[in-house]
Design a binder for this molecule. Structure first.
Ligand code: NAX
Ligand code: K
Length: 521
């Protein structure tokens, strides 16, 4: 799987193509503009028959230069073209200046947009446009989009006209998919040579619409990046351990699930059901005494054990004593589903993390507990050797790092990466385009899954899937990446048959087993 590039990596490849290969930048720009026009004419054929008009928004840099190529080619194809330049024509430089001049030489007109009055004067061009081309900022975006450009974007958004983004929607950071100021959402995005991180990482990815990656003459070997930055999550390079053909139940690990509280007995049971389809040898659900019989009913193959309970029926003090007394020797631990937020929960979670230095997934209420005890968490993490995987949704992430949900969502990738590195944990930030961050700074963006997963129970199931693989000896990377991929893919397979809305977490189970065994892909 090719990595997703940063803006700096892309411009290095551009530069090498120009300097080492000798292909001029103006030719790359010509190819870039041509690719955009090809998509635009394919999507809106009326443009080529003189029945359509296009409003092109151009910036001062090379993204604007692509806009001038597009303007010329559309004009020559018979479309009506209006070009708004956010800057002065004689301030353009290099290849952008060259293509602007060619456009003007062919009779194209350039309208400079400097203030609100200029936009007001040009309103007709927007209202008569069949489509808008966004060639304002590409990989050179450096700071939040504001001022007159932001007002123009707001008017385009209000007009509802379809937008084709050149390279990436203006306002989306190519480096991490965050939104800088006001961004212009696109119906189509045409990018060049390789996808950038911002095309796949949310929230920016949601603004790209249908994304096409067009070759513009940059050789593939110049796009190869030695160090891993960010990649799409696929299973291609995972190489998980093979299953022992002559194995017995002791060969495939014992997963211990700690969860449940009054009214939430189903959560740890769903974790067990998800884990089960991944093939661990043994499963145990440990739940507060009063909840255990109910949790046990959902998954007869799992063993169950009583944990001490508090007055409210949630997990009580020193649950590790009950676990030790049971004699089980877990190879993996999943904590949190349905655990509740009782007074003893934080001490229980931290105590288990300290005493069971085995591969662990902490989810849901275990995360809420950890969020309340940052200092104790840091101390525990200091002592642990086995991997810890945290799987917050945006609300849990916000509590973990003491931020608002909106700021978490605005910068999903950088926050996940920073937290994983700082704490030395694996972190899965759930939600559309789940971000998988390794303690060493590597990141994967997952694209499987659909809105059917936005329902109670699907996170509990995912915890079990990942922990079920971990307890069989899969590495944290293998378990987390495969688990997240399959969880989403199973939902997609169900949605293909019955649609996404109304998905029950249990519907994923047969598909998960098929995916686990390579019977489905
Ligand atoms: N030879 C090349 O490097 C090629 C570049 N191409 C195009 O060039 C683009 C990159 O061009 P540039 O590096 O010139 O950068 P951009 O055209 O993306 O940005 C232009 C300049 O705008 C300024 N700017 C950034 N953020 C701003 C903000 N919020 N408000 C106001 N001004 C801001 C910066 O000074 C930046 O350099 C690519 O995205 C692609 O579309 C393509 O033509 C292919 C070849
Ligand atoms: K753009």
């Amino acid at each position: 799987m090719p990595p997703l590039l940063t803006a700096a990596q892309m411009s290095a490849a551009d530069r090498k193509t120009i300097e080492r290969i000798g292909l001029p930048g103006a030719v790359l720009m010509e190819n870039a503009g041509a690719a955009c026009v090809e998509i635009l004419l394919a999507r809106l054929p009326e443009l080529a028959t003189g029945r359509g008009r296009v409003l092109i928004l151009a910036g001062r840099g090379n993204n604007g230069g692509d806009g001038f190529v597009i303007a010329r080619r559309l004009m020559q194809a018979g479309a009506g073209v209006t070009l708004w330049l956010f800057g002065e024509l004689d301030h353009l430089r290099g290849d952008a200046a060259l293509h602007a001049q060619v456009f003007v030489n062919l009779g194209g007109t350039v309208r400079t947009i400097a203030d609100a009055a200029d936009i007001e004067a040009g309103r007709g061009a927007l209202s008569h446009a069949t489509a808008v081309v966004d060639a304002v900022f590409g990989t050179g975006l450096q700071r939040p989009v504001s001022g007159i450009i932001a007002s123009a974007f707001e008017q385009v958004i209000a007009s509802g006209k379809p937008v084709l983004a050149v390279d990436i929607p203006s306002g989306v950071s190519a480096d991490d998919g965050s939104i800088l100021g006001t961004a212009l959402p696109a119906r189509w995005t045409v990018t060049f040579a390789a996808k950038k991180i911002g095309h796949v990482a949310h929230p920016g990815a949601a603004l790209c619409g249908e994304t096409t990656c067009a070759p513009i003459g940059i050789p593939d070997d110049l796009l190869t990046i030695a160090e891993h930055t960010v990649a799409e999550n696929t299973l291609a390079d995972l190489n998980p351990p093979a299953r022992l053909q002559a194995g017995h139940k002791g060969s495939f690990g014992h997963l211990l699930i700690v969860g449940g509280s009054p009214g939430k007995a189903g959560a740890p049971a769903l974790t067990a059901l998800g884990a089960q389809r991944m093939g661990p040898g043994l499963l145990s659900i440990a739940a507060p005494r009063g909840v255990r019989p109910e949790a046990a009913q959902f998954c007869p193959e799992a063993m169950t054990l009583n944990l001490p309970e508090s007055e409210s029926g949630e997990i009580g003090a020193a649950p590790w004593e009950a676990i030790a007394a049971s004699g089980i020797k877990p190879a993996g631990l999943a904590m949190g589903p349905g655990l509740g937020q009782g007074e003893a929960t934080a001490a229980a979670v931290l105590g288990l993390l300290a005493r069971y230095d085995i591969p662990t997934v902490a989810d849901a209420d275990a995360l809420n507990a950890l969020a309340r005890e940052p200092i104790a968490l840091a101390q525990v993490l200091e002592q642990r050797r086995a991997p810890l995987i945290l799987t917050p949704h945006p609300g849990e992430m916000a509590r973990l790092i003491n931020k608002e949900v909106a700021s978490v969502q605005a910068a999903r990738l950088p926050l996940a990466r920073e937290t994983a590195q700082r704490w030395g944990v694996w972190l899965l930030l759930k939600g559309a385009g789940s971000v998988i961050a390794a303690p060493d700074g590597r990141v994967w963006i997952n694209s499987t899954g659909n809105h059917g997963l936005a329902a109670g129970g699907s996170g509990d199931l995912l915890t079990g899937i990942v922990a079920g693989l971990l307890s069989q000896g899969w590495s944290a990377e293998q378990a987390l990446r495969a688990g997240v991929y399959w969880h989403g893919r199973a939902a997609d397979l169900v949605a293909e048959k019955r649609g996404a809305a109304g998905l029950a977490a249990r519907d994923l189970l047969p598909e998960l087993q098929r995916l686990r065994n390579g019977v489905a892909e």
